[in-house]
Design a protein around this ligand. Structure first.
Ligand SMILES: Nc1nc2c(ncn2[C@@H]2O[C@H](COP(=O)(O)OP(=O)(O)OP(=O)(O)O)[C@@H](O)[C@H]2O)c(=O)[nH]1
Ligand SMILES: [Mg+2]
Length: 294
């Protein structure tokens, strides 16, 4: 009989390089929200892939930035925690990128004692010659890492990377029950789905000033009833979220409901409210309440 392998595989990298896209591709479910905006992911989210003789516990993390306010400091604490328990590090970069802006983080990757796979993502957007130059560039910068060109979006080389991860994982019993897919509760996915719609439909600072809190999640046999609050930092932002005669908010509700019905495979009824919660992004007490303590 084959021995059982298990371990933590943590995905880190700059904002917007495709970390969440890759995690969802591995897991085969939309656990992490994805948008073209930077700082889409704010938490460390586990995605667990189970097989008869393996358990791969992936972590999606926020993109690495220099924190400007308390929320971003908490986001970077999630990234730091991902360095601490990794059995394999997946350092993701995208074609054309020139390395991590944060030197301290980059040094940690260079000096890492655990295996680092450098995933050069979005190769679907690049020509062969550029790709070869990029591989060489990264080989010089990070000689200890194994380089894998991939396209997380088009599922190119993703399976091969997964096979390589399995080779690198230690023998260990499973850390989580074999039917568990993530560490996050249902309400978290409700919050994230709503936040994704806000990232998609509102401009500039608005999505960054928003936090979602799901006050009610009632599951019946045929329907899930959800009530969530969209928190903003200022009155003017509240007006923008609601929009003319409530039209903008309505769109967020309709699109969230559609996604959540797919996610939970059940009919969903959703009510949304907007509240002002002044400067929540800079208040440690508020941040704790919203789960930003790693
Ligand atoms: N062309 C192309 N686009 C990709 C690929 N992977 C991801 N993207 C796109 O890149 C954007 C960012 O993807 P995410 O998965 O949200 O990136 P992330 O690294 O999780 O971003 P943050 O959470 O903000 O740090 C989205 O528009 C994706 O569709 C890829 O392989 N090729
Ligand atoms: Mg992400």
């Amino acid at each position: 009989m084959k021995k059982h392998k298990a371990g933590f595989v943590n995905i880190i990298g700059n904002p917007n390089v495709g970390k969440s896209t890759l995690m969802n591709a591995f897991v085969g479910e939309k656990l992490s929200i994805i948008t073209s905006k930077a700082q889409t992911t704010r938490h460390r989210i586990l995605g667990i892939v189970n097989g008869d003789d393996f358990q791969v516990i992936l972590s999606d993390t926020p993109g690495i930035i220099k924190p400007a306010y308390e929320l971003q400091t908490s986001m970077m604490d999630f990234v730091k925690s991902a360095f601490e328990d990794a059995d394999v590090l997946l350092y993701m970069v995208e074609i054309g990128e020139k390395g991590l802006k944060d030197e301290a983080f980059f040094k940690r990757i260079v000096n890492s004692k655990i295996p680092v796979l450098l995933l050069l993502n979005k190769i679907d957007t690049s020509e062969q010659q550029v790709l070869e130059e990029q591989i060489q560039y990264w080989q010089e910068l990070l000689p200890t890492a194994e380089i894998h060109p991939i396209s997380a979006l088009e599922n190119f080389n993703v399976k091969e990377v997964f096979e390589r991860i399995l080779e690198l994982l230690p023998e260990a019993p499973p850390y989580y029950p074999k039917d568990q897919l993530t560490d996050k509760p249902e309400r978290f996915f409700v919050n994230e789905t709503i936040r994704e719609k806000i990232l998609l439909h509102y401009k500039k600072e608005i999505p960054y000033a928003v936090e979602i809190e799901t006050e009610e999640f009632l599951e019946d046999k045929d329907i899930i009833r959800i009530r969530s609050v969209i928190m903003v930092e200022r009155d003017t932002q509240k007006g923008i979220i609601i929009g003319h005669k409530g039209s903008a908010l309505k769109r967020v509700g309709v699109e969230s409901r559609k996604d959540l019905e797919k996610f939970f495979d059940k009919q969903v009824h959703i009510e949304l409210y907007v509240k002002v919660n002044k400067n929540w992004r800079s208040s440690s007490r508020q941040l704790k309440r919203f789960g930003y303590n790693s």
